[in-house]
Design a protein around this ligand. Structure first.
Ligand SMILES: Nc1ncnc2c1ncn2[C@@H]1O[C@H](COP(=O)(O)OP(=O)(O)O)[C@@H](O)[C@H]1O
Ligand SMILES: [Mg+2]
Length: 328
């Protein structure tokens, strides 16, 4: 089923890729800030400076001669993920939860032999999964554990929450759920489920997989709608604060709600995809235009969150044009 009939797309306020690139990314994201978010090692440092929780970095493999280091790091930490530092869409990421003599244990219980692990690391180093040309480095990172509320909604990996933040104001969100098909990753391109989120309550409204509506998680048969995302107010605060801090006007912030660490930053994206609109069955354009029209943006993060919620419910944003220090 086509979720947005193509003729009705712009009427529905759906933001197309060209407009996203020109009106929002080019206009609001100075190029000099791209390196901060395109490289996950740098993003991690920036987030730590901003006081945001991130997965611990166990090590970085920079070239072929260092690939053997994985054995040592694996023995020490046992549960971790490997990911290309400049990867996107889940490409190249592998999640491991144990070490055996013969290799590393994947989330599906199978052992990946050391030879295959190292071959994969070399592929990641060659830049096969990375943005731009040229080689990349491989991060070995702490494996986050999903919050217990996801026990019947996340198959073999951690869900994440993507929030589009514009001028420091949260605009639209979706919960992404890993499936057996998506192999421990929550990315939609890998076969994860995207569920729209009501920005006021943090409750999911509907789900999509491969652009089709889904009501039930295919691996558990549990409903994907009417799920309360745990810690929603904390998530809104984290994304709005960081979105403001990073210098990019238009940014996608990916958060994992970890059972042990709480809301944890996975990555920032300077060119967030537009499929979030399909997950919410709602266009971004009117929400972004209302924020674009604001003459000034409050420094206070809670005020920005209130603006985001009012925008979502299409209330007038005028009343937020109060003097700094006023409470809304
Ligand atoms: N440290 C981690 N622990 C557990 N799962 C992870 C971790 N990092 C990434 N993942 C899984 O992989 C997906 C993609 O990770 P992310 O860091 O956002 O990279 P990409 O840029 O490729 O999207 C996440 O949504 C999550 O499901
Ligand atoms: Mg991501």
């Amino acid at each position: 089923m086509k979720l947005f009939p193509s003729t009705g797309l712009s009427k529905a306020g759906v933001l197309g890729i060209n407009s996203r690139n020109l009106d929002f990314i080019a206009a609001y994201n100075p190029r000099r800030f791209y390196p901060l978010v395109d490289d996950k090692v740098i993003t991690k440092k920036l987030a730590i400076e901003a006081g945001v929780t991130v997965p611990e970095l166990f090590g970085v493999i920079r070239y072929g001669g260092e690939v053997h280091l994985i054995e040592e790091i694996a023995k020490r930490h046992k549960s971790f993920v490997v990911k290309p530092s400049r990867g996107s869409g889940g490409g190249g990421i592998m999640v491991f939860n144990g070490v055996a003599k013969a290799g590393l244990r994947r989330m599906n219980g199978r052992i990946m032999p050391w030879g295959d692990v190292k071959y994969h690391l070399n592929n990641m180093l060659s830049g096969m999964f990375s943005m731009g040309d040229g080689s990349d480095q491989v991060m070995l990172e702490e494996r986050l554990v999903p919050h217990s509320a996801f026990s019947k909604l996340a198959f073999g990996g951690v869900p994440d929450v993507r929030v589009i933040v514009f001028r420091g104001i949260p605009v639209m969100g979706m919960l992404r759920l890993p499936t057996a098909e998506s192999d421990g990753k929550a990315n939609l391109h890998q076969g994860g489920i995207g569920a729209g989120i009501d920005m006021v309550t943090g409750i999911t409204t509907r789900g999509v997989q491969h652009n089709d509506s889904v009501d039930l998680h295919p691996d558990f048969e549990t409903p994907v709608r009417d799920f309360q995302v745990p810690g929603w107010p904390d998530i809104l605060e984290l994304v709005s604060r960081l979105g403001h801090h990073v210098g990019l006007g238009y940014v996608g912030v990916d958060i994992v709600i970890c059972e042990h660490k709480g809301p944890t930053l996975l990555e920032l994206n300077a060119r967030p995809g537009i499929a979030i609109q399909t997950a919410n069955l709602r266009g971004l354009r009117p929400l972004l235009e209302a924020i674009h029209a604001l003459p000034d943006i409050p420094e206070d993060v809670h005020k920005r969150i209130e603006i985001g919620k009012a925008n979502w419910t299409r209330q007038s944003l005028e009343r937020f044009h109060t003097l700094e220090g006023d409470h809304v």
